[in-house]
Design a protein around this ligand. Sequence first.
Ligand code: AHM
Ligand code: MG
Length: 328
Amino acid sequence: MTFHDLFASKQKNSGSNQNLWPVLKAITEASVQVSDDLNRAALLDNFLGAQGGKNVQGEEQQKLDVIADVAFINAFKNCGAVTGIGSEENEDFLAFDTEKSNNAPYVVLFDPLDGSSNIDVNVSVGTIFSIYERTSALGSPACLKDMLQPGNKQVAAGYVLYGTSTMLVISWGAGVQGLTLDPSSNEFTLSHPDMKMPEKGRLYSMNEGNIKVCESGIADYISYCQSDDNDYNGPYSGRYIGSLVADFHRSLIKGGIYIYPDVPSAPKGRLRLLYECNPLAYIAEHAGGLATTGRKRILDIEPEALHERAPFFIGSKNMVEKAMSFLS
Ligand code: AHM
Ligand code: MG
């Protein structure tokens, strides 16, 4: 079943978000282009390596970060249903501010290419996106308030994983659907209907280089995972790709936990609330999983800034609850 047919069949029953399709179509079009760029990057001039600039968070931008950012911005601008966007790669949000876009109902927050330190080494990366209805009046340009909504207001969210195949995992409130890109037709086709995250698992995912500098409860939880004295009576397996989308996708399918706590080099956590934590938290919860800061639900945080960060514990419900029980 194609993405369009899937969306149409689910909408028939719910009737909500009727105008969402152009936004979802824009995501598929840009991600097909990015997928193609990633596949051929090493063969093309000027696709691999650093761009030579830093983004607003002081991180080195890769050429493909910028190429992906432009692809998604253009797709959203042209789709007619998005009034403005916020992106990891741009300091300020962008109001498209045309007559048509000022009357468009949605804003999108996104990380165009997550895990970009993995591009040059041919390891999976992803795009993460979050869609909201605007709060400002139709007829006006998008404003910052449209962007700073809590995750519990998302109307759709998801990610594209550029892995051994390219997959779109998405929810618009009707379960979590996984679609695989068929390269022969460039169509996303339903491959993983109604995805559910196992309630528990035996895989943990964390940059363990940070274990000695984060709060002691985290080291205690990781020791629990590694001990004979846990719910499996033997060590879990550690798995860390360093691409959030890929690490999360594994947990979604097999069961597991991903942790990025606050650390001295990132005192509020490394991951960005609006376009990394919220969309994945939305997917996790719709699949039966859990996402918290270690202390509170991610989706209930009232954001204050476009690029704000949060500590992130996400994955199988029982595992996240267990990890949280180690924090004082
Ligand atoms: P990015 O958006 O600049 O790629 O940063 C986010 C990435 C995540 O994909 C990944 O989980 C994390 O940063 C890795 O951080 P670290 O290298 O500190 O383990
Ligand atoms: Mg990112």
